[in-house]
Design a protein. Structure first.
Length: 425
C-alpha cells in the first residue's frame, strides 16, 4: 500500500473497544467478520438496543470494493475506497481484532488464531469470501512481476489495472472469469467494457482484440440483462469464449492457459497469448469455514455455510445465522444483496432471542451495477427467481444510463459509508 493510502486511512481515527488478550470470554452475540455484512448487522443490533455484541475481524482497514472498477478505469482514487475499520465498529460493540480459526457449534464457541476462545449465545457468520490466487499456477508471480497482468479484486492491483490499460497499444486484451462463484460476478465484465471504451477513445479499436474467456456458459444469468449485454459485446467487437477456465498464467511468455469443455464431455487445454491480462481469481468460502460443521460437506454447495434462503437461520443450529458471500444463499454475492439480507437477519435473530419463530423473509434481491462504458451503466436488479426487480420508480433499468453511472460513482459510496454501515439503509 502506498504511503498516501496509508496516511489517508490514519486520518480521524475513532476509538473502539479492542480485545487482543488470549483467554476465554463470552458474549451474547458474536459476529464473525467485520466487512459489509458483519458491520451492517452489528449496526442494526446496536440501534435495536442489543448489548454485549462482539465482532471478530482482523483487518485494520475497511474497503468499499465496488469502486475498484472505477479505480481500474482511471475514474476514482483508491484512497477514497479505504477507511479505518475502527470508525465503523458501532458504539458499545466489542472489536476482537483477530482471525477466527475454528467454530464449535455444539459448545457454542469460536477459537481465534491469537489463542482466544470466544463463547456465544448467538452467532452470525459473515466472514466474506476467500480469493484463491494460488489455484491458478503462476498467477501470483505474474501479478507481482509483470506490468501487463492485473486484477481489480485486490486493492493493491486496482491502480495497476489503470496503468496497464493506459499503456496498452494494441494486440490481445484478455479478461477472465473463473469456474467458481465470485463476489460481484459482473466485475470481470465491467472493467472489460471500460477498457474497450478507452481503446475506442484512443483510436485503438482496430488494433485491439478484446477476448472474454469465461468458465461460464452465458454472459449473464438473467436473460433480460443478458440481452442488453450481448449488444454491448457486439458494439465493442468483443470475442466471447465460454467454458474456458483459467488454470495457469505464463507471465514470462505472455500466455494464459485454460481448460476448455469439449462436446464429448472431456476437456482440452487451450493457450491464449495476450498483451494485456485482467484476471478474476477463483474464490471460495474461507478455509476455516470449509472445515466447520456449519458448512455443507458435499454436493454443489460444499464449503459454504448452510442458511435457510428466506430466514438465513442455520438449519442444524437455530442460534446460528449466516449472510453474505460465505453463505449458501442462492443469489449473487454483492453488497446490494447484503443490504437486503441484513435487516431480515436481524429481525429474525431478535425474534429467536425473544423465543419467537423467525418470520421475516429475504426474497433473494441482488443488484449488479454494470458499467458498460464511460458514463454508461446498466443497473441489473433481480430476485431468487431471476426476475428483474427494479427499485427505482419511473426509470427503465433495462437500458444503459448516464444517471445510473453517476449513482454508482457518487451516490452509492455515500449510501454505503453514511447509511448502510450505520444500520440505516
Amino acid at each position: 500500500m502506498s504511503e498516501s493510502v496509508t496516511e489517508h486511512v490514519r486520518e480521524n481515527p475513532v476509538k473502539a473497544p479492542v480485545a487482543r488478550v488470549p483467554g476465554t470470554e463470552r458474549h451474547r452475540v458474536v459476529i464473525i467478520g467485520g466487512g459489509t455484512a458483519g458491520i451492517s448487522v452489528a449496526a442494526r443490533l446496536a440501534l435495536a438496543g442489543q448489548k454485549d455484541v462482539a465482532i471478530i475481524e482482523p483487518s485494520q482497514h475497511h474497503y468499499y470494493q465496488p469502486l475498484w472498477t472505477l479505480v481500474g478505469a482511471g475514474e476514482a482514487r483508491v484512497e477514497d475506497t479505504i477507511r479505518d475499520e475502527a470508525r465503523y465498529i458501532p458504539r458499545g460493540v466489542t472489536w476482537l481484532q483477530d482471525w477466527a480459526e475454528e467454530i464449535d457449534p455444539v459448545a457454542r464457541a469460536v477459537s481465534t488464531r491469537g489463542g482466544k476462545r470466544v463463547e456465544y449465545d448467538y452467532l452470525v457468520v459473515a466472514p466474506g469470501i476467500q480469493l484463491d490466487w494460488d489455484k491458478v499456477r503462476g498467477l501470483r508471480e505474474a501479478l507481482e512481476q509483470r506490468p501487463n497482468v492485473s486484477s481489480n479484486y485486490d486493492v493493491r492491483y486496482a491502480p495497476k489495472t489503470w496503468e496497464m490499460i493506459r499503456a496498452f497499444k494494441g494486440g490481445t486484451a484478455l479478461f477472465t472469469h473463473p469456474a467458481t462463484p465470485v463476489k460481484c460476478a459482473g466485475a470481470p465484465q465491467k472493467i472489460m467494457y471500460l477498457a474497450s471504451d478507452h481503446f475506442r477513445k484512443q483510436g485503438l479499436s482496430d488494433q485491439a482484440h478484446v477476448i472474454f474467456a469465461s468458465a461460464g456458459k452465458t454472459l449473464f444469468g438473467v436473460k433480460e440483462f443478458a440481452a442488453v449485454l450481448e449488444q454491448v459485446v457486439k458494439r465493442y467487437g468483443i470475442d466471447t469464449r465460454y467454458q474456458h477456465n483459467l488454470v495457469e498464467v505464463r507471465g514470462e511468455k505472455n500466455e494464459a492457459v485454460f481448460t476448455c469443455a469439449q462436446a464429448d464431455g472431456g476437456t482440452a487445454e487451450v493457450v491464449i497469448p495476450y498483451e494485456l491480462l485482467h484476471v478474476c481469481p477463483p474464490q471460495s468460502a474461507p478455509d476455516f469455514i470449509k472445515r466447520s460443521p456449519l458448512a455443507w460437506q458435499d454436493g454443489g454447495t460444499k464449503g459454504w455455510v448452510k442458511a435457510n434462503k428466506y430466514t438465513m437461520q442455520h438449519p442444524d443450529y437455530p442460534e446460528v445465522f449466516a449472510l453474505g458471500d460465505a453463505s449458501d444463499l442462492p443469489t449473487s454475492r454483492t453488497g446490494a444483496a447484503i443490504r437486503k439480507q441484513a435487516p431480515v437477519l436481524v429481525e429474525n435473530l431478535l425474534a429467536v432471542m425473544a423465543g419467537r419463530v423467525p418470520t421475516a423473509k429475504y426474497d433473494g434481491y441482488a443488484s449488479c451495477p454494470l458499467t458498460t462504458g464511460y458514463g454508461k451503466l446498466l443497473l441489473a436488479e433481480f430476485d431468487y427467481d431471476g426476475k428483474p426487480t427494479p427499485s427505482l420508480p419511473l426509470i427503465d433499468t433495462l437500458k444503459e444510463r448516464r444517471d445510473m453511472w453517476l449513482l454508482k460513482k457518487y451516490g452509492l459510496p455515500q449510501l454505503y459509508w453514511k447509511l448502510m454501515l450505520r444500520g440505516r439503509a
